[in-house]
Design a protein around this ligand. Structure first.
Ligand code: FA5
Length: 344
């Protein structure tokens, strides 16, 4: 029995030494120390021994077990350490490698210009007002002194949805809506940015969908000089401190008098070049004093209140500011175009 136990110990230690992974090691543990293993088997035969021999054999069996157990533990620790080292080696990170560049997006040039204009007017005490793009004929035209059949409706070719509903052709209906909400009480001081739609043929300077920013101020004693000072500040901020503006007579049914506003050419300083077509001036927006009919229709007393309004196309402003030659670049999402504005 003693020889058998020593032989088992010898065998087990050899197998432990040979085990190349944790699974193989566990198989050795089950095979030698398990309930059905050879050591248990040997101990079962102890009954045949003399009472003197029994404790000696029992002690020997425990020694063999302990030796196998400690060899198993030692080997297990070694294999586990090896496994960790293997894993660390396979997951090694070379911190000296150059990083992968993260490509950041940027705001669309049109969004930039709109936000720049918004910031400028917010700085002058204006708030932003918005209105629906699917608009009632009443707000888009009638409330702006353009009754049905008025010839000036032809100035803005419209997408009608029903006889009374259309895609708004300008942002001016937001003026009418905002004044109505004020219920005849001033002051009103808003800008209204948003999308508008016209049945215009798309070309380098026209789009069937574009953006506008409307401005409206209504209060007591608002004069044309207030309009001029406001637009002068706007032009200097957008196009440079030494810019001048000029008013040319024009016509809009909702303003009286009405003007087209030109800015002195930022390219040639007013001497005449190809940007200003030799005139020294560039047209940037339409404006005027709010027509008394428009004030009255919105519930304002036109004897007490006066106001000015202006409307501009941010695409055209952005084209001038950045020297963009075709309005369609704004809508084609060509990254070669858009990425030029990354740093601006
Ligand atoms: C108007 O729409 C008036 N509501 C502006 C206004 C407001 C005048 C308040 C007086 C008081 P107009 O049709 O000119 O006006 O358009 C204003 C601007 O929109 C133009 O100066 C131009 O920059 C832009 N615009 C007009 N049509 C197009 C188009 N098809 N594509 C791109 N921009 C356009």
């Amino acid at each position: 029995m003693k020889e058998r136990l020593q032989q088992l110990q010898q065998e087990a230690l050899e197998k432990i030494a040979q085990a190349s992974d944790l699974k193989a090691l566990n198989d050795v543990r089950v095979a030698y120390l398990g309930k059905k293993g050879p050591i248990t088997e040997v101990l079962r035969g102890m009954g045949a021994l003399s009472p003197e021999e029994r404790p000696i054999m029992g002690a020997l069996a425990n020694e063999v077990r302990a030796a196998i157990q400690s060899a198993l533990e030692e080997k297990q620790a070694k294999l586990e350490q090896e496994e960790i080292e293997k894993k660390l080696a396979s997951e090694a990170i070379d911190v000296t490698l150059p990083g992968r560049p993260v490509r950041l997006g940027n705001h669309h040039p049109l969004t930039r210009v709109i936000e720049e204009i918004e910031d400028l007017f917010i700085g002058m005490g204006y708030t932003i007002a918005e209105g629906p793009e699917v608009e009632k004929d009443y707000y888009n035209f009638e409330a702006l002194n353009l009754p049905k059949g008025h010839p000036a409706r032809d100035m803005q070719d419209s997408f009608y949805i029903t006889e009374e509903i259309l895609l708004r052709t300008h942002t001016s209906p937001v003026q009418a809506r905002t004044m109505e909400k004020h219920q005849g009480r001033g002051p009103v001081k808003i800008i209204c940015p948003g999308k508008v739609y016209r049945r215009d043929n798309d070309d380098a300077t026209h789009s069937h969908q574009f953006t506008q920013i409307e401005g409206l101020v209504v209060d007591e004693n608002i004069r044309m000089s207030d309009l001029k000072g406001t637009l002068q500040a706007f032009a200097k901020k957008m196009f440079g401190e030494d810019r001048e503006i000029r008013f040319r007579p024009s016509f809009f049914p909702f303003t009286e008098p009405s003007v087209e506003v030109d800015v002195s050419c930022f390219n040639c300083g007013g001497h005449g070049c190809n940007v200003c077509k030799g005139t020294g001036w560039i047209e940037i927006l339409g404006a005027g004093m709010v027509h008394p009919n428009v004030l009255e229709m919105a519930g304002f007393d036109s004897k007490k209140y006066t106001g000015f309004a202006f409307g501009m196309g941010p695409e055209r402003i952005a084209m001038l500011k950045y020297g963009i030659d075709d309005i369609r670049h704004f809508y084609q999402n060509d990254l070669r175009f858009l990425q030029q504005f990354n740093r601006a």
